[in-house]
Structure formats: C-alpha cells, structure tokens
Design a protein around this ligand. Structure first.
Ligand code: ADP
Length: 591
C-alpha cells in the first residue's frame, strides 16, 4: 500500500486535493498524510484528485503524502454486524471507545468485525457439491434470534473441494474452498463489498405484501410494502423519533438497520441512548439482537454522513441476500443532503436549487433504489425484501424544500407529519389528507385475502368521510354549524370518531401501541356500522341529537382498549349498536 503515493496540494476542510496519485480511480479509498486520515476520491481532473476525507483535516498541509489502497470504499460483511454500533465508515464505536476513550482520535482504526471472536460454524454442504453464487455454505448463530447464513460470495461458483466440519472459527479462518474456472477460491465467514455498488439479485419483483407495523394509520391508510420506500418529513417535535422507534419495534421485519446521519448531540443521542434499552416485543429480548446501528460521531466531518448512508444500505442488502426481510431507517437524510451541499460548494460545482448540487435527486435516488422485493441469488429460488424509510427534516417543516421534493420523486409512500396535529396531541401526527401510499392498489389483493373485500370498501368510505369533513369544516367556518344538514353533521361526527377512535394511537400505552390487522378491521367495522345505522335512522326520522347521545358511542371509543385475545368483545359492542338503533327507530315509529 505504501509505495503508491501522491502529494497533497490543497486542503479545504474535508476536501483535500492531491497530485500525482498513481492510477487514481473514482471512489477509490485513500489515506491522507501519515496520520492515515481516511478518504475517498470523488473527482479526478488530469493528475489532480479531489478527496473527501472522513476525518478532521486540521494540521494537514501541502506536500504531505497520500497513500492509495487500490480499493473502493468497502464494508466488511460477516457475523458480528448485528448488535454493533458503527460510525459511517464502519468503525466499531464501542471498541474504539475502549481503545481510545470518549473521543475517536484521528486515524483511529479497529476492524469492523472482531478478528478474535469465535463463531460456531455449522456447514450445510458437502465436499463435491456444486454451488452457485449466493448458495448457503453454512450457518452461524449470530445472536439468539438471528441465524447468519454464510453465502458463496458474488463472482464465485463451482465445486466444493474442502469444507470444514462443525467447529468454532474466527471470521478470518477459511471454512470452504471452491474450485472455480479461475482456480480455487477460499471462503471465509466474512467478505468485503464496495458500498456504492448495489449487491446483485436474480430478479426484481413488484411488492405484494405490506410491511405490517401495527400502527393503524399506516397499515390501514398509508401502507408501506415489504421492499418499499417511504419518506417521513417531520418538523421538530412532530413525533418522528417515536414513529421510527415504533417501526423498529413492531414492523414485521427480521432485521432493523438504523442510520443516524445527524451528529451526536442532537438526533443521534436519543438513538444511541434508547436503542440499546429497547426490548423486542416479539421475543422479549433486547431489540439490539436483530439491529445494527450506524451513527456519526460529532468529531467526524459532515462528509462521513454520505458514507454512513451507503454503508447502511449495503449491510441491509447483505442480510436480504440471506433471505431476510430487512427494514432500514435513515434519520435524517437532510443532514446527508447538507453534507453534499458543503462538498459540492468546496468543489466549486455549479449549484442547483438552494445551493444543493444538481445531482442531489439522482444521488438520493441511488440510495432508495436499492430497496425492493427480490429473488436472491442462489440455486433455490428464494425471495427477500429490503424496505427503506427515510426521515427528512426540512427547515421550518417546509415541504417545498429541495431535499423533500427530491425524495418524494423516488419514494412511494409519504407520511406527512403535521406540527398542528402534534400540538393538538393527535398522535401519530400523520396527516390523513396530505399523506399518500402508492402501494395501496398493489397491496389490495393482500388486504382482500387477509381482511376481506369489505375492508377495502370500509377504508375507502372512511377516507371519503375524512375528506368530506375538511370541506364541511370550511363551510362551518363561513356559515356556522347550524347551517349544516343533519346528514352532514353526522359526517362530521363520524369523521371525528375515525380520527379519535381509530387514527389516534398512543405509542406509550401497552394495549394501544400495537394493533393487529384483525383488530384494526374490527375497530373500523364498529365505526362503519354505527355510521351506516345512523344514516338509516336519520332517514326514518330519528333526530341526530338522539343518535349522538347514544351511550354505545363510548364503547366504540374504548374499542382500542379491547385486548387482542378478547375479540369476542367486539361482537358484544356490535350487538349493542344494533340494539340501540332498533330502540331509537321503534321510539319514532311508536309516536
Ligand atoms: P421529533 O423526533 O419529531 O422531534 P418526537 O418523536 O420526539 O418528535 O415526539 C415528540 C413528543 O410527542 C414525544 O415525546 C411524545 O410525547 C409525543 N408523541 C409522539 N408520537 C407519539 C405517539 N405515537 N403516541 C404518544 N405520544 C407521542
């Protein structure tokens, strides 16, 4: 490594310009100065290369050496990733803490995967077997809940000439040898992968199932597909963090990857403090047993935010390639975009909108495009998904912000968090009129099968009522509530019930924090039934006042407190709704 060197000619913050780097290539990883500051070549002009350095460059000056590595910025993929906390360039923060103390010193190095840790490797193939890329060679119990599958690395296929028996090995030990057309290749527990290149798959498929989150507003109205992409723009205090925690805890993904592109001290502190404390409601064990955290430390320059995003998605693809459903959360991608703006400014590129580089949208897209439902490589046809949810924090909550707009061009779900709803303590503050999911149609077959045709109709009807409410509110503002017909007033009442009894969900209340699809269906059916019978009663001459003072409405509003294993209580409430209306109608008919 040390022979191939260039010279620094200019330093400008995280940007270092060097001359005469032998065979410099775009996105090649280099080390700047003898402090071994880690960077990536992001522009080459003639014999000059611009290097984005991921560490503080103060004290570095012209004339200092730049060492090439001949490799693109890569990550190590193997057992030990789960449960780790990495920085943007995959340095294990917990290990650095032990080695160097509270602040990561410059040039600090520690391999991403522990070289001395022993893993019990259990082979699943035999000598002589013919294997393709992506086939499973053996397994390692990575955490009590995750089985790590050791795959034939990309680019390798052929006959197994050697495979070790079940025993404890380190990530560096050779566990298998494969005879390929280019000679014998050794397989270890880990492999490397360049972060900016998507890991290959056999086939991409359209999403067909929702990522079930147990959050009613999401599952019922704005579902994200497994393998889908979503964007959550959230002004401060609108519940962005709570939503991300809820999704990490409750969504039916096998593996969670959480990228904090912010700096420590703001967005990241919560995550670093809270995540290791969270318990996985499904297993009762720490959530970290199926989670990887990526956090940028505050003494790393902004450039590292970009690395963290690509590092995270590469790890996501790796677990997807084992056949898992992976969900990745990035918080907040606005911080990454700001880093792009800063680097672009230093490179003196032509600025686009609000100073962001012209390639902002395509760079953001190159991240989200790596999500998807796919057929993974390997001899057995197997599907897996990688879903990506990105939080965006536009200044002042302004949705015309270029980062929000560029993101919306690629993602297919938009959960618009609303400051006013949050202020009114309506949580989750996902605004029902401004949010959308372009997966709703694609997933309707799933919903029809799981919840019945009726669900689709009830959902549409509910959305129609919510929309109508906002028009009616406009009218009420102009002419007053008394000008509305009883039917319109009923719409307002039902709409309020949909908002308060269905959409509002308290993340901090055990019984309300997660709602199964089955319970969502039953809750919605109560509101729907009450509305339908109210309309009929109005037609038969019952007064609206009588309807809205029916005591059974209290039962509807308390339906969210019915435990998942006592669904028969919904039958009782439905019966009570029918009885109440029978009595009201009888009353008017007897007069
Ligand atoms: P942000 O990350 O957008 O600044 P937070 O996620 O920290 O906002 O939410 C702010 C506060 O809103 C939380 O501390 C909590 O009190 C409340 N909150 C947000 N979402 C919910 C929810 N689903 N249920 C109950 N309270 C919530």
């Amino acid at each position: 490594m040390k022979e191939k060197i260039g010279r620094v000619v200019k330093v400008s913050g995280p940007l270092v310009v060097a001359e005469d780097i032998p065979q410099a290539e775009m996105y090649e990883m280099v080390y700047v100065s003898d402090k071994k500051l880690f960077g990536e070549i992001i522009e080459i002009k003639g014999n000059r290369s611009s290097i984005q350095v991921y560490e503080d460059t103060s004290g570095v000056g012209p004339g200092e050496p730049v060492y090439t590595t001949g490799q693109p910025l890569s990550v190590e993929l193997g057992p030990g990733l789960i449960g780790s906390i990495y920085d943007g360039v995959q340095r294990p923060l917990d290990k650095l803490l032990k080695k160097y103390g509270d602040f990561v010193v410059r040039g600090a190095y520690e391999p991403a995967l522990d070289r001395s840790k022993k893993w019990l490797f259990n082979p699943v193939v035999h000598k002589g077997d013919l294997l393709k890329t992506g086939d499973v060679i053996g397994e390692v119990q990575e955490t009590p809940v995750i089985m790590h599958r050791i795959l034939v690395p990309v680019g390798i296929e052929g006959k197994i000439t050697d495979i070790i028996e079940k025993k404890e090995v380190t990530v560096e030990d050779v566990v298998a040898k494969i005879e390929t057309t280019q000679g014998i290749k050794e397989v270890k527990l880990y492999q490397q992968w360049p972060v900016r290149i998507a890991r290959p798959v056999l086939k991409r498929l359209p999403p067909d199932a929702p990522l079930i989150t147990g959050q009613r507003v999401i599952d019922a109205f704005f579902p994200i597909a497994k393998g889908g992409t979503a964007c959550v723009p959230g002004p401060f205090g609108s519940g962005k963090t709570v939503i991300q925690h809820q999704l990490s805890k409750w969504s039916d993904a096998d593996i969670i990857i959480f990228i904090g592109c912010g700096e420590r001290g703001n967005e990241m502190t919560d995550v670093l403090m809270e995540f290791p404390e969270l318990t996985d409601p499904r297993t009762g064990r720490p959530l970290m047993e199926r989670t990887i955290l990526i956090a940028n430390t505050s003494n790393m320059p902004v450039a590292a935010r970009e690395a963290s995003v690509f590092t995270g998605i590469t790890m996501g693809e790796y677990y997807r390639d084992m056949g898992y459903n992976v969900a990745l959360m990035a918080d907040s991608t606005s911080r990454w975009a700001e880093a792009m703006r800063e680097m672009s400014g230093r490179l003196e590129e032509m600025p686009g909108e609000e100073g962001y580089p012209a390639y902002l949208a395509s760079r953001i897209a190159s991240f989200y495009e790596r999500a998807g439902r796919v057929v993974i490589l390997g001899s057995k046809e197997k599907q897996a998904t990688l879903s990506v949810i990105g939080a965006v924090s536009p200044p002042g909550g302004d949705l015309s912000d270029p980062v929000v707009q560029s993101t919306l061009r690629t993602v297919r779900v938009f959960w618009s968090l609303d400051a006013q709803l949050a202020y009114a303590r309506h949580f989750p503050s996902i605004h029902w009129l401004r949010s959308y999911s372009l997966y709703a149609d694609m997933l309707s077959d799933f919903y029809k099968k799981e919840m019945g045709e009726e669900w689709i109709d009830m959902r549409q009807e509910a959305m129609r009522i919510l929309r109508r409410e906002s028009e009616l509110q406009e009218m009420v503002r102009l002419v007053g509530i008394d000008a509305l017909s009883p039917k319109d007033r009923l719409i307002m009442e039902t709409s309020r019930s949909i908002r308060e009894d269905f959409l509002q969900q308290n993340a901090f209340m055990d019984i309300d924090t997660y709602t199964s699809l089955k319970k969502q269906y039953r809750m919605m059916r109560l509101i729907h039934l009450f509305h339908k019978l109210s309309m009929e009663a109005l037609n038969k001459g019952v007064s609206l006042d009588k309807i809205i003072s029916l005591p059974v409405r209290v039962d509807i509003s308390r339906a969210k407190l019915i435990p998942e294993n006592e669904m028969e209580k919904f039958d009782a409430v439905e019966k009570e709704i029918h009885n109440s209306f029978d009595n009201l109608v009888k009353e008017v008919q007897n007069v």
